[in-house]
Design a protein around this ligand. Structure first.
Ligand code: DCP
Ligand code: CA
Length: 350
């Protein structure tokens, strides 16, 4: 039997903001867009205080303001959250290298071969994360990823939930189908139309019915998932698809040379990332956001992969040539290299 953990940070963006500004503690906090609810933008997250008023992720900021006029509205500071995310993942990596990085605030760990008990490991994780970041997380423990993810969500915040195969009938089956990873709004609608609302009702459907409605592989997936079956291993290393850097000017820029110099500098940074990971690339994409937030991209590709700074810079500048800058001010520029491939090691013997 495997021992899989799913670790999910509580009200993540909001918790980071509360940590660095204690005046926000115990007040409703909403994070989203540029933090101005009179302007366009959606809620990235809200803390538990604000959730009491019905505020949730994905809702327009304007709606959040109506529901909770007393809330503090803050802009998304992605770099700050990414930095805390790295700290929290380092705590997990100190337990085992078998970690799957799922997103900015969640990860799976496979502790099947660790000598320590679940209790000891959970204690190490919770105190480690709290000591490094001052934040809390919720943890699910189960024989597979599917159930571990469901478990971590069952007692938030600062929860710990263990699901075993014995719990499938009593704890999994009463849940709504959308709790199953891989069931999105479209599948949910389709199943609702078949009068299927709970995971238990899904489990009653014969395999051939599911295959008829959803195709062989997804039908089989749903059949297994409804039974809490999931053999998928952790994906511990993802091949990167691209490397990118971007920067927002302190003030919007008209001057071509300033823009060109910034692109050259971003290229240097991207080439450094690319090289230090041992990759070459085939495509360079330039991103330009104007002062009115209109954003354009231009790409250039080569047949052979390239990795040297001059080569990548030449591609970036050929993209810049195709952008009409007349009469416009630039707010942000970014450089991305895509179609990356591991550099072929040149063997030392001939
Ligand atoms: N997020 C976002 N837009 C969404 C959903 C989430 O930008 N539509 C961001 C903000 C969240 C982070 O991702 O802080 C993690 O998402 P979660 O769904 O795990 O939500 P929280 O961590 O905020 O809350 P919870 O305590 O319910 O996990
Ligand atoms: Ca979370």
């Amino acid at each position: 039997m495997r021992r899989i953990l799913h670790i999910d940070m509580d009200a993540f963006f909001a918790a980071v903001e509360e940590k660095r500004n204690p005046a926000l503690k115990e007040k409703p906090v909403v994070i989203g867009g540029r933090g101005d609810p009179s302007r366009r933008g959606v809620v990235a997250t809200a803390n538990y205080e604000a959730r009491k008023y019905g505020v949730h992720s994905g809702m327009p900021l304007r709606t959040a303001l109506k529901l909770c006029p007393g809330a503090f509205f803050l802009p998304v500071d992605y770099d700050a959250y990414a930095a805390v995310s790295r700290q929290f993942k380092n705590v997990l990596l100190a337990i085992t290298k078998t970690m799957e990085d799922v997103g900015i605030d969640e990860a799976f760990l496979d502790i099947s071969t660790e000598p320590d008990s679940n209790e000891t490991i959970v204690e190490k994780i919770k105190t480690g994360i709290y000591e490094r970041t001052g934040l809390t997380c919720s943890i699910g423990i189960a024989p597979n990823k599917l159930l571990a993810k469901i478990a971590s969500d069952m007692q938030k915040p600062n929860g710990l939930t263990v699901l075993t195969e014995k719990d499938i009938e009593h704890r999994l089956w009463p849940m709504p189908i959308r709790k199953l990873h891989g069931i999105g709004p479209r599948t949910e609608e389709h199943l609702k139309a078949m009068n299927i609302g709970t995971i238990g009702q899904l489990a009653e459907l014969p395999l051939d019915t599911l295959i008829r409605h959803f195709g062989r592989s997804y039908g089989q997936y749903l059949y297994d998932a409804a039974r809490g079956i999931d053999d998928s291993p952790l994906v511990t290393h993802r091949e990167p698809k691209s490397f990118s850097r971007e920067t927002t000017f302190q003030e919007d820029v008209k001057n071509w040379q300033t823009i060109a110099r910034t692109i050259a500098w971003l290229t240097k940074e991207v080439v450094y990332d690319l090289a230090s990971h041992g990759y070459c690339a085939r495509t360079v994409t330039l991103k330009i956001r104007f002062s009115d937030f209109r954003t354009i991209t231009r790409s250039s590709s080569t047949h052979e992969t390239v990795g040297r700074e001059e080569e990548i810079r030449r591609l970036a500048f050929s993209c810049l040539k195709r952008v009409d800058l007349t009469g416009k001010k630039v707010r942000l520029v970014g450089v991305r290299v895509g179609n990356v491939k591991a550099r072929v090691e040149i063997s030392s013997h001939h």
